[in-house]
Design a protein around this ligand. Structure first.
Ligand SMILES: [Zn+2]
Length: 333
C-alpha cells in the first residue's frame, strides 16, 4: 500500500487521526486511489477495518462511514479503527447499481478475490491482503441500492470452526438488527460476500444492511454507526458499555433468493422485516394491461429480508429474499 496524507492529518501509523489516500500495490488497481481515515490510540490493541460503498448508491451506509470518522477519540481508544468510506471508486459519480463498471462484476460476490484476476477480483484480494492485514475484524456496510429496500440486518458466515462461528455471531449481534443472518457453511465453496471470503481463510468479516432507494435515512445511518461502535466496544478498542438493543435480532441461517417468474410489474404485498409463512403470497406480477401473470410466494416460513421497490422486473431477476429462522425449518425437514 502506498499512503499519502492530507494537510490536516497526523503521520500514518502514529497516534491520532490520519486522513489521506491509499493506493494498492496490485498494478491492476493503479489508476485509482481510495480515501482512508485511520484513528489510532496511544495504547496498542485490536485493529478494526470498516468500509462502505461497495455499492455506491447505498448512501446511508456511506454516510455512516463518514460520521464514524468523527466519533472515535484517539486519546481514549486502544488499537486502531481504519475506514474506507467508498470502495467502488470506478462507480463513484456514475451511480452504477450493484456492479463495478470496469469489469461488470459485483464486488460483493467476489471475495476472497484473486490478485491475477479482473479489477474487482484484484480489489477484493487487496482489501483482504493489504488493507485488512492484521485486522481482528472487517465490517462492510451496505443497504438498499437505487431500486431496493432492505430490512435492518447483519450477516456473518457460518463455518466448521467453532471459535470463528462464535465470534462472528457475537459481532453480528452488535447491530440492533431485526434479523441476524448466519450464512450456511456451504456458501464457502465459492466466491461470495466479505464474510464468506474472509471465513475461507479463517478470518472474521461482517456485513450490515440498512437503507433504501439512494435516500439518506437517519434510522439506517445510526443502525450502522451504533453497530460498528458496539463492535469496537466488544473488541476492547473503546472502553464503554454497548448501546442498548430495541430490535429482536432474530437468528436466521438460510438466505433464499426470490427470482421473478416472468417479465412484468411486481406489486408487493409484504415489506422488509415482515414475518412471512411458507406459501404466503408476497406479491403479484402484472403486465402493462393490469392482468396478473404470476404470483410470488414465500418458499419457506421466515422474514422478508429485502425487496425491489421499482416494479419493473425481468424474468429471472431477483425480486427479494427470505431469511429462515434458525431451528424452525431445518429440524422439521
Ligand atoms: Zn450492497
Amino acid at each position: 500500500m502506498e499512503i499519502s496524507a492530507s494537510n490536516d492529518s497526523c503521520a500514518y501509523g502514529q497516534p491520532g487521526i490520519f486522513r489521506g489516500h491509499l493506493r494498492f500495490d496490485n498494478p491492476r488497481l493503479a489508476d485509482y486511489s481510495w480515501p482512508l481515515c485511520e484513528i489510532r490510540g496511544r495504547k496498542p490493541g485490536p485493529r478494526l477495518c470498516v468500509s462502505a460503498g461497495v455499492h455506491v448508491n447505498e448512501v446511508s451506509s456511506i454516510e455512516a462511514a463518514v460520521r464514524l470518522q468523527r466519533m472515535i477519540d484517539p486519546e481514549t481508544i486502544r488499537g486502531s479503527v481504519s475506514i474506507i468510506p467508498l470502495i467502488n471508486q470506478p462507480a463513484f459519480y456514475k451511480y452504477t447499481e450493484l456492479v463495478c463498471p470496469i469489469d461488470g462484476r459485483n464486488i460483493n460476490f467476489t471475495f476472497p478475490g484473486n490478485s491475477d484476476g479482473t479489477f474487482s477480483e484484484a480489489l477484493c484480494d487487496s482489501i483482504m491482503n493489504e488493507w485488512c492485514v492484521g485486522a481482528d475484524c472487517y465490517v462492510d456496510m451496505h443497504g438498499g441500492d437505487l431500486r431496493e429496500n432492505v430490512s435492518k440486518f447483519s450477516i456473518f458466515q457460518r463455518t466448521h470452526n467453532v471459535e470463528l462461528d462464535a465470534m462472528g455471531r457475537r459481532m453480528a449481534m452488535c447491530f440492533d438488527a431485526e434479523i441476524v443472518m448466519g450464512l450456511p457453511a456451504a456458501h464457502m465453496e465459492k466466491s461470495g460476500r466479505a464474510p464468506t471470503g474472509f471465513a475461507r481463510h479463517n478470518r472474521l468479516a461482517l456485513m450490515s444492511e440498512a437503507g433504501a432507494n439512494g435516500l439518506l435515512d437517519e434510522g439506517s445511518i445510526s443502525f450502522h454507526l451504533e453497530g460498528v461502535l458496539n463492535i469496537a466496544r466488544t473488541l476492547g478498542i473503546i472502553d464503554a458499555p454497548l448501546a442498548p438493543f430495541l430490535n429482536a435480532r432474530i437468528p436466521c441461517d438460510e438466505y433464499l433468493w426470490l427470482d421473478c417468474p416472468v417479465d412484468g410489474e411486481f406489486h408487493a404485498e409484504a415489506e422488509p422485516g415482515d414475518r412471512v409463512t411458507k406459501g404466503q403470497r408476497l406479491g403479484t406480477i402484472r403486465n402493462l394491461f393490469g392482468e396478473t401473470l404470476a404470483e410470488v410466494t414465500a418458499p419457506e416460513t421466515g422474514f422478508l429480508l429485502w425487496r425491489m421497490t421499482h416494479p419493473t422486473i425481468p424474468k429471472g431477476s431477483p425480486i427479494g429474499a427470505v431469511a429462515v429462522e434458525e431451528t424452525s425449518g431445518r429440524q422439521q425437514r
